[in-house]
Design a binder for this molecule. Structure first.
Ligand code: FIX
Ligand code: ZN
Length: 435
């Protein structure tokens, strides 16, 4: 069971914080600081309880996570067409049987479910699913959320909020939510690359826009953004972009991004999050699981960081092949904050490579990870894995520092972990987490 994490340096320590550590002490101090520091999870698809059923939690949602659906179709005769006709619990039964009973749950996503069951002292053998259903059925979401956050060692998650999603819009139009542990983000995919299919919704809402973004369209998109900034109070604006994203070019995406969204980010003092490199729906038959990854041309990012020096860019790239150049660009532009090992990169073998090259080139001026959790309890395993993968990497960095004759103290380790998992983000977004 996790001890309650503390935000700043851990209290009641044996050695004084500024006492130089021996090489032998460094690993345990790094582990202790990682374990006792509460992290901010800067990108998730979680929702506060105010959003009702939009917030996913419990064993059936954990098992039907699109990462597991993708793995299921590789280990079952069930076709996607047949699978989509099943009920949620029938889908969960099928995935449990194929990936957890008939095969060993040794992939990252399957082992994650085992970690969640284990965290709640639930059986992880074939009987696990039935017992888990009974357990989650007894939980009340608000109390369960606090428990899950404590077990995950996080105190704040950042949501992904789509102002053009009809279900979500209803909540915001009826007063929205004000849960300090669930921070909003204005997600603009439908505006920035979905414009041809969604511009009419803005027109329906009274914004004088047209498909080719002429006339008053740009100023009306800015009015739309201003209205949602007031309603939602987002920490940043965000968009996911494909591996084909270019900037500048003649596209509607470039026009709206350059002439409306980035000026609005400057007007409201918000960073812009760009998640670049998805190849959408390469296999539509498996729906949300059907997206893939592709190497992007990051010269688009170079142009944005250089041509919009007043804007701050939170950036994650989906292709492993883009990671080194993303680090190099972060050395060129201090308005670029690399974050996370996104989606197909969130595996220890790749997280290690990415995090080491970021520390080597950027020190602690980056944000190592986000969970991208879609189901509440996923934060338990995603942050457990992050702490487990990061501990030896940070220990190695401090060992190297120590070997060069520099005193390493717990205070330094705490300051660095705070910076990477809290203050880099707080300073970029103005987020005030309660002390
Ligand atoms: O665009 C995004 O926010 C992606 O993270 C998601 O679309 C993706 O499905 C996901 O959840 C990856 O972890
Ligand atoms: Zn995401």
């Amino acid at each position: 069971m996790r001890t309650k994490p503390v935000k700043q340096s851990g209290a009641n320590r044996k050695s004084s914080p500024s006492h130089p550590l021996t090489v032998k002490q460094i690993p345990s101090v790094v582990q202790d600081v990682l374990s006792k520091t509460a992290f901010i999870d800067i990108h998730t698809h979680l929702f506060s309880p105010a959003f009702g059923k939009l917030g996913l939690w419990g064993i059936d949602e954990l098992l039907t996570y699109h990462y597991l659906e993708a793995e299921f179709f590789r280990s079952s005769e069930v076709t996607p067409e047949r699978y989509w006709k099943l009920s949620k619990s029938e889908q969960a039964d099928a995935i449990w049987n194929a990936l957890f009973v008939q095969n060993s749950p040794i992939s990252e996503a399957t082992r994650g479910v085992i970690a969640v069951l284990n965290a709640f002292d639930l059986p992880t053998d074939a009987s696990g699913l039935k017992k888990a259903r009974a357990f989650f059925k007894e939980q009340s979401i608000e109390k369960h959320t606090q428990k899950v956050f404590e077990m995950a060692g996080i105190d704040t998650v950042v949501m992904t909020n789509d102002p053009l999603d009809s279900e979500e819009k209803t909540v915001w139009m009826n007063g929205g939510q004000d849960h300090s542990q669930f921070q909003p983000v204005l997600r603009l995919d439908r505006i920035l690359w979905g414009w041809p299919r969604h511009w009419q919704e803005l027109a329906r809402q009274g914004y004088a826009v047209d498909e080719r973004v002429t006339g008053k369209s740009i100023s009306e998109v800015r009015r739309f953004l201003a209205d949602w900034h007031k309603r939602m109070r987002p920490l940043y604006m965000a968009v996911s972009l494909t591996d084909q994203f270019l900037f500048p070019d003649e596209s509607v995406t470039s026009k709206i991004l350059g002439e409306a969204v980035l000026p609005s980010c400057r007007e409201f003092g918000l960073p812009m999050s760009l998640m670049i490199g998805v190849r959408r729906q390469v296999n539509p038959a498996i729906r949300l699981a059907g997206d893939a990854a592709g190497k992007a041309d990051l010269r688009a990012l170079e142009n944005l960081c250089r041509d919009f020096p007043e804007n701050r860019f939170l950036v994650s790239a989906l292709s492993r092949e883009n990671q080194h150049e993303l680090c190099v660009y972060a050395r060129k532009f201090n308005n670029l904050m690399p974050f996370g090992c996104w989606w197909f990169l969130n595996n220890p073998s790749i997280v290690e490579e990415i995090t080491r090259e970021r520390i080597e080139m950027l020190g602690t001026s980056f944000i190592p990870q986000h969970s991208d959790a879609r189901v509440l309890e996923q934060v338990i395993y995603k942050w457990k894995n992050t702490r487990r993968t990061l501990a030896p990497i940070l220990t190695n960095s401090y060992n190297l520092l120590h070997s060069e004759g520099c005193a390493v103290t717990r205070e330094m380790v705490q300051r660095d972990v705070n910076r990477m998992f809290r203050t880099n983000f707080e300073e970029w977004t103005g987020l005030q987490t309660a002390e």
